[in-house]
Design a binder for this molecule. Structure first.
Ligand code: CP3
Length: 363
């Protein structure tokens, strides 16, 4: 069923709507000729071209070299035939100008050498050096200059809660014990930490927008570790402030997290233009929780990309039919592409989305 507020996708517009504006229009819930598509972690180790670059450079070296970062970003987007390119960078880059050194250890993910554990540690964090992240802006300029209007360019940053969890745990975590301890035991230090993150992330996003990012995605990847009460009490306000600050720069914001089924309604209250959905509930149920006044992005299980073509087709069709041609759906995964994913399956999904027509699906 198509609701009153949905817009039929018009084939006539196909020639005139560029992929980039198609993506931005969907973020703003404007009618589009077809559903735009891109993939979380679309540039990464599953792709041979990226592994070739990685043979000669570390992850952080690639991030800090605008030429290489732009090349990796552009290659992935072109190879997949998607509507948007997310700048090649990492969530943890802002830790360095704040005074925290980290490294990526093979197979273990990020390690922060001196995690933040006390009020004094929070106090020592610097907020005046977001400008050190200008290398990301230089890479965005190159990508935006390359694609012009052809593709949307996405800048990104971590949400305050998710970045705080890396700073406090010193890396990834299963139970977030240190993070929640600071939250519960020292709410003043906790809110000071989030304030500092909002200050740095706002300036970091401003650099990205000024450099040509069309949209900013805020990754609150691990917000699903919080109960709804704790999200409201300890994390929501900072996320909302960041969302609003970025919107005031004139670009739409995508706000994304994983295992967020119980949080979606509150996440939408940040005012983000688009809410990223994971794959654990059907897209239409997630969208209902978010409210149809906002756009949604998602939500194929990234591991479906290991399935045979028929299964892939089925799952992609399910998601597009659940979206029902309503304005404001961006096709994506529910989380990032993992190493080992067959590239041809990612390309096939991009093709399925490009070729899907709601009218055909309703026959
Ligand atoms: O196209 C793209 O999306 C690539 C750009 C990108 C990277 N990191 C590069 C990267 C993006 C958007 C990120 C975001 C990021 N980084 C997130 C949020 C996204 C999510 O998945 O929820 C998070 C939580 C991080 C932190 C991070 N970086 C982790 C946990 C890891 C280790 C993961 C692993 O599988 O080893 C990284 C490393 C990382 N960042 C890689 C890439 C391509 C892989 C490692 C490498 O190339 O050496």
């Amino acid at each position: 069923m198509i609701d009153m507020d949905s817009a039929h996708q018009s084939a006539d517009a196909a020639e005139t709507i560029f992929a980039g504006s198609r993506f931005v229009r969907a973020c703003l819930r404007k009618p589009v000729d077809r559903t735009p598509v891109w993939f979380l972690r679309q540039a990464g180790r599953y792709m041979q071209e990226y592994r070739d670059v990685r043979k000669h450079h570390t992850l952080v070296e690639i991030c800090k070299n605008p030429e290489l970062a732009a090349e990796v970003t552009i290659t992935a987007a072109e190879k997949l035939g998607v509507d948007a390119a997310i700048i090649f960078a990492d969530l943890l880059l802002p830790l360095e100008p704040m005074g925290l050194d980290f490294e990526f250890q093979a197979g273990e993910g990020p390690v922060v050498h001196h995690p933040v554990r006390s009020a004094a540690d929070v106090k020592a964090l610097r907020v005046d050096r977001a400008g050190d992240l200008a290398y990301v802006a230089r890479a965005i300029e190159k990508v935006a200059g390359h694609f012009r209007d052809r593709l949307g360019v996405i800048g990104f940053c971590g949400a305050p809660y998710t970045l705080a969890s890396y700073m406090i745990e010193g890396g990834g975590s299963r139970n977030y014990i240190h993070t929640k301890q600071m939250m519960y035991r020292d709410p003043i230090a906790w809110s000071s930490l989030l304030d500092k993150l909002v200050a740095v992330l706002t300036e970091y996003c401003r650099l990205q927008v000024q450099a040509g990012a069309d949209v900013i995605q805020i990754f609150d990847s691990w917000v699903g570790s919080l109960s709804l009460s704790d999200y409201r009490a300890y994390s929501f306000e900072a996320a909302k402030r960041l969302v609003r600050a970025v919107q005031a720069m004139g670009v739409p914001v995508i706000y994304f997290g994983v295992e967020t089924t119980g949080l979606l309604r509150q996440m939408a209250e940040t005012g983000a233009d688009v809410i990223g959905l994971d794959w654990r509930q059907p897209l239409d149920e997630g969208w209902r929780a978010v409210g149809h006044g906002r756009a949604v992005q998602g939500n194929l299980d990234p591991i479906t990309l290991f399935a045979p073509q028929e299964v892939l087709e089925q799952r992609v069709g399910e998601i597009l039919r659940a979206a029902g041609g309503r304005v404001g759906h961006i096709f994506n995964l529910g989380h990032g592409i993992v190493p080992g994913t067959p590239v041809e399956n990612v390309q096939a999904v991009a093709r399925m989305v490009r070729e899907f027509r709601i009218a055909a699906a309703n026959e």
